[in-house]
Design a protein around this ligand. Structure first.
Ligand SMILES: Nc1ncnc2c1ncn2[C@@H]1O[C@H](COP(=O)(O)OP(=O)(O)OP(=O)(O)O)[C@@H](O)[C@H]1O
Length: 243
């Protein structure tokens, strides 16, 4: 299967400190790559690089084979909506002064079908049409994460990068949001990069796993193999510490 998103020998430093070292990985269409690693191992930085928010110092991020850094403006304009991110904090991620309609429709230009697309995106995440006129403060944490998901869906993305996307939610709400994400993956053939410190969540979501240790991928492969029969001591330590 041809990867939809790739990192090739990506390095990244911040304030003179090397945060990622020659990281390479493939994200396959319709599949989830779970990324695990200790705190500070570089998971969030990797997410920001993969989504094109920051450029690598060396190496490439490729979307459908196109290098994000050297693609023409026109190609970048096409790629930008295709890679979306969801963050941990469903409270901080939504502007409290905007209605849900404004938040979800933010990326859409004025168009005759704008309202229909907003309502369709809300329906896809299980929110009613009445939700559109309300403000984020009227919603629970799980509902706010649904609004954030609706905002990503509206651009019809191919890849969603979820950085600890359910970590702030209680366990039963987490399950509901994870199952919504699985349904959306099936329906739209979405690829996910899923970062979580919670291995039960990673196990539930991932087809493949990459293990980050101090900015290096030390092990990667099928989730069933990496999580059940890890070959590297770093992976075994992560798995042991999580139970
Ligand atoms: N903008 C920044 N300013 C300062 N340090 C940064 C910045 N971005 C990343 N770092 C540093 O880079 C390292 C990797 O951070 P990153 O947030 O990517 O790791 P992480 O694996 O996501 O950690 P956590 O699980 O704790 O969120 C950390 O040591 C962090 O302090």
């Amino acid at each position: 299967m041809t990867p939809i998103l790739q990192a090739r020998n990506v390095t990244f430093a911040h304030s003179g400190r090397q945060i990622l070292h020659t990281v390479s990985l493939d994200v396959l269409p319709s599949q989830t790559l779970g990324v695990i690693g200790a705190s500070g191992s570089g998971k969030s930085t990797l997410c920001r690089l993969l989504s094109g928010l920051i450029p690598p110092d060396e190496g490439k991020i490729l979307y459908q084979g196109q290098d994000l850094a050297t693609a023409s403006r026109a190609i970048r304009k096409k790629i930008r909506p295709a890679i979306q991110m969801i963050f941990q904090d469903p409270y901080g991620a939504l502007d409290p002064r905007q209605t849900v309609r404004e938040i979800v429709g933010e990326a859409l230009n004025p168009a005759p079908d704008r309202e229909a697309r907003i309502l369709a995106a809300l329906a896809e995440v299980g929110l009613s049409a009445e939700s559109a006129a309300r403000y984020p403060k009227a919603f629970s944490g799980g509902q706010r994460q649904r609004i954030a998901i609706a905002r990503t869906l509206i651009t019809r993305p191919s890849v969603i990068i979820a950085d600890e996307a359910v970590s702030a939610l209680d366990v039963s709400t987490q399950a509901i949001v994870l199952n919504l994400l699985l349904d959306l993956q099936q329906k739209h053939g979405l690829a996910y990069v899923f970062v979580s410190h919670d291995l039960a969540v990673i196990r539930h979501m991932s087809h493949h796993i990459a293990v980050l240790e101090q900015g290096r991928i030390v092990e990667s492969g099928l989730a069933s193999i990496v999580l059940n029969a890890p070959t590297r001591p770093e992976t075994r330590a992560l798995l042991e510490n999580s139970f």
